[in-house]
Design a protein around this ligand. Structure first.
Ligand code: 4GX
Length: 257
């Protein structure tokens, strides 16, 4: 997969792209990332990329011509899927990451200031994506979030052990709790089953705890048809049991004099 990034701050990407999983994926040739300085697509002496908004108001707006030139140059030869990072976009989630990861060529547009001239979106953008409902100062961090999530879906980037662990999100449930040495931390012991050596029991415990974590932290996930549909009869039984437990606990608290 090839990802190209358009930004006025290319230097923000260097350490991110050379570190850990992404650095290795690039070395192995599994992932190609090219970062372009938008200013290289300007044609004036000052290499300017912004101007005052028509209609007035505070702040500056990024001008269309450098963006349009930069996107066209990046898509030349190999047609790419062009993504604008912005708070106006559709929210990024696991399904969208998997869908984007099937594309051979991506171009990510990282805007700054109050935004980009609307005609850029109209002419050279295929899709607008947001990483969440909060306002950042630029699309660079969202682009890095997207690249990191995408790289994990490229075959060979994440090791086998990790990918199996990651499958717990694939089921639509949250992950189960993890423990490592030392055996006691602040008086809290490791759940005994994890040191029992009974692998079937460990598997059952993890499945249960994944359900419990989801019910307690993200009950909304358990309302999604695709998540409910993937639960086994046993998981549905356990879930019902946990819901009754929670309900009884609530009733006991309410009945307290
Ligand atoms: N998820 N921002 C982009 C400038 C901008 C505005 C409009 C293009 C169009 C953000 C987010 C985000 C702040 C990045 C505004 N560029 N991007 N920037 N949340 O907040 O993606």
């Amino acid at each position: 997969m090839r990802v190209q990034v358009l930004t006025i701050f290319p230097e923000l990407f260097e350490p991110f792209l050379s570190t850990s999983l992404i650095g290795k994926a690039r070395e192995k040739g599994l992932l190609e990332v090219r970062v372009h300085d938008l200013r290289d697509s300007t044609e004036d002496r000052h290499r300017s990329v912004d101007d005052e908004p028509y209609g007035g108001g505070g702040g500056m707006v990024m001008t269309a011509p450098p963006w349009i030139r930069a996107v066209r140059a990046a898509s030349e030869g190999r047609p790419a899927w062009r993504v604008l990072l912005s708070p106006q976009g559709a929210r990024l989630d696991d399904a969208k990451v998997r869908e984007l990861a099937t594309r051979e060529d991506l171009v990510l547009l990282c805007g700054r200031y109050e935004g980009i001239d609307e005609r850029v979106r109209q002419t050279v953008v295929d899709e607008e994506i947001s990483i969440g409902d909060y306002v950042l100062s630029g699309g660079e961090l969202p682009a890095m979030v997207l690249i990191e999530a995408l790289s994990r879906q490229v075959p060979g980037v994440v090791g086998l052990a990790d990918s199996v662990a990651n499958d717990s999100f694939r089921s639509g449930l949250l992950d189960y709790p993890h423990y490592t040495r030392p055996p006691v931390v602040e008086g809290l012991a490791v759940p005994e089953v994890l040191t029992s050596g009974n692998h079937a029991a460990i598997l059952r415990w993890r499945e249960r705890e994944a359900l419990r974590a989801t019910l307690e932290k993200r009950p909304d996930l358990l309302e999604r048809p695709e998540v409910l549909g993937a639960l086994t009869r046993e998981q549905k039984r356990v879930l019902q049991e946990m819901r009754e437990e929670v309900k009884e606990k609530g009733e006991r608290l309410l009945a307290r004099p």
